[in-house]
Design a protein around this ligand. Structure first.
Ligand SMILES: [Fe+2]
Length: 437
């Protein structure tokens, strides 16, 4: 009995390795959309001084509560919250469909706002090729953030970052040469606790008539990747500024960017006070696991997970549905401040975008956008209109992501896919994968 158990385990391991070798050969090139390749990335060490760094850290502490990135959309002006995949939220059971999460109002279960990169993360385990179950992988990417759009209320941001001569000069190198009018619009603190990582992704897109303020954020991203809306895209430049104070190069958390159609990225070490400048909506990027061996408490996907700053003791509490799971000091985090400007050809274009974007007057019905994408699926990939029209919307979202937005796969993994997450879609495999995961 025991020997047949051992031999089935050996057989399973052997079959997985064989499949891994084959897939590594098949997937040498990820097939990143051509319009997302070859864009400029620059890194500037010691971009700010220690005084500004401290001032920014104090602003961050003053914001006090940092929700985990899964907590629905923080942008409640979304005109269309989903494409038809939503199910009612059950206050007792939460979202029973494993692909859906509660929306911000906790009334509906919808696709995560950026399910396009989440699926890649679960299937391949990120740059590090992690082999972990769904709950651990979902926890690793629930970084904690706060978006600030009233940037004018923060003089240090305006004077030392957005309007500093140094930033303007560097930012204009990232914007296209014919679009040199900068439009600063937001900054965003991102805190990663030990054990967390950033999945490979591109940032949310802005188009003349579409953004995450009008559609679920994954849709404009797929629209941009499809290449159908090139003339409507608005390029951006973002500074990724490292605010933590540690200087250790051996604890991971390295920034990775993909400028070539290759599974191997270029890396940047997150030195404190340094800044990377990139158009994150046109260059895929990620970070490796930060402190990979650290204890990381599981954060359930349907719970309200947040980091809360306690002035008394200068300490941060990790809370899940108000229960304290862990406590951290600020210098235990990987902290970035991401600040963004859009690029325009003229001041008039900048003004007219700001007005139309705010009013939402040019936003087209979501069904029209879906019809355009479906037409491209038909002409490029041989689908029929009937099958696409009859397809459940959750499946349609997956087809769109699969066909238009390929993300890279792990580069150093013998087995390039995360078999440990397979039981999520095939529960019957749980009995096998419990043996090796
Ligand atoms: Fe990003």
């Amino acid at each position: 009995m025991k020997s047949s158990f051992l031999s089935s385990k050996k057989f399973l391991a052997f079959a997985i390795i064989l499949l891994g070798v084959y897939l590594n050969w098949r997937w040498r090139k990820p097939g990143i959309p051509p319009n997302l390749l070859g864009n400029r990335v620059d890194f500037y060490p010691e971009f700010i001084d220690k005084e500004v760094q401290q001032e920014l850290l104090e602003i961050m502490k003053g914001l006090k509560v940092f929700p985990a990135s899964f907590q629905g959309s923080q942008f409640n002006t979304t005109t269309y919250e989903h494409i038809g995949e939503a199910e009612p939220f059950d206050p007792e059971k939460g979202c029973t469909n494993p692909y859906l999460i509660p929306n911000a109002a906790r009334t509906l279960c919808t696709l995560p706002t950026r399910f396009d990169f989440l699926r890649n993360w679960m299937i391949y385990g990120g740059i590090d090729g992690l082999k972990e179950n769904f709950d651990m992988l979902a926890t690793r990417i629930q970084s904690f953030g706060q978006y600030i759009f009233n940037i004018q209320d923060y003089p240090v941001m305006m004077e030392k970052l957005f309007f500093s001569e140094k930033f303007i000069k560097a930012a204009k190198k990232i914007c296209p040469s014919e679009k040199q009018v900068l439009d600063p619009y937001s900054f965003h603190f991102v805190i990663q606790i030990p054990g967390q990582a950033l999945p490979i992704h591109i940032d949310s897109q802005y188009m003349e008539d579409a953004s995450r303020f009008h559609y679920p954020a994954w849709l404009p991203t797929i629209m941009a990747a499809s290449g159908l809306y090139q003339d409507k895209l608005i390029e951006q430049v973002q500074g990724v500024l490292y605010l933590h104070e540690w200087n250790d190069t051996d604890i991971g958390g390295h920034f990775a960017m993909y400028t070539r159609d290759d599974n191997t990225p270029d890396y940047e070490i997150p030195y404190p006070r340094g800044v990377g400048l990139v158009d994150g909506s046109r260059t895929m990027h990620a970070s490796t696991v930060f402190k990979p061996n650290a204890y990381l408490p599981i954060l359930p996907k349907d719970a309200e997970n947040e980091l809360v700053y306690q002035e008394e003791g200068d300490i941060w509490e990790l809370q899940s549905d108000e229960k304290v799971l862990n406590r951290y000091k600020t210098n235990e985090f990987r902290i970035t401040l991401v600040y963004r400007s859009r690029c325009f050809a003229s001041e008039e274009k900048r003004q007219s975008f700001r007005e139309s974007h705010k009013s939402g007057k040019n936003v087209r019905p979501i069904e029209i956008v879906l019809d355009e994408l479906k037409s491209a699926l038909i002409s490029r990939f041989g689908y029929t209109k009937e099958e696409l029209d009859a397809m459940p919307r959750l499946q349609l979202a997956n087809v769109l992501a699969n066909r238009f937005l390929n993300y890279p796969r792990p580069v150093n993994a013998i087995i390039p896919f995360n078999y440990c997450a397979l039981p999520v879609i095939m529960p019957w495999t749980d009995i096998f994968f419990k043996l090796i995961c």
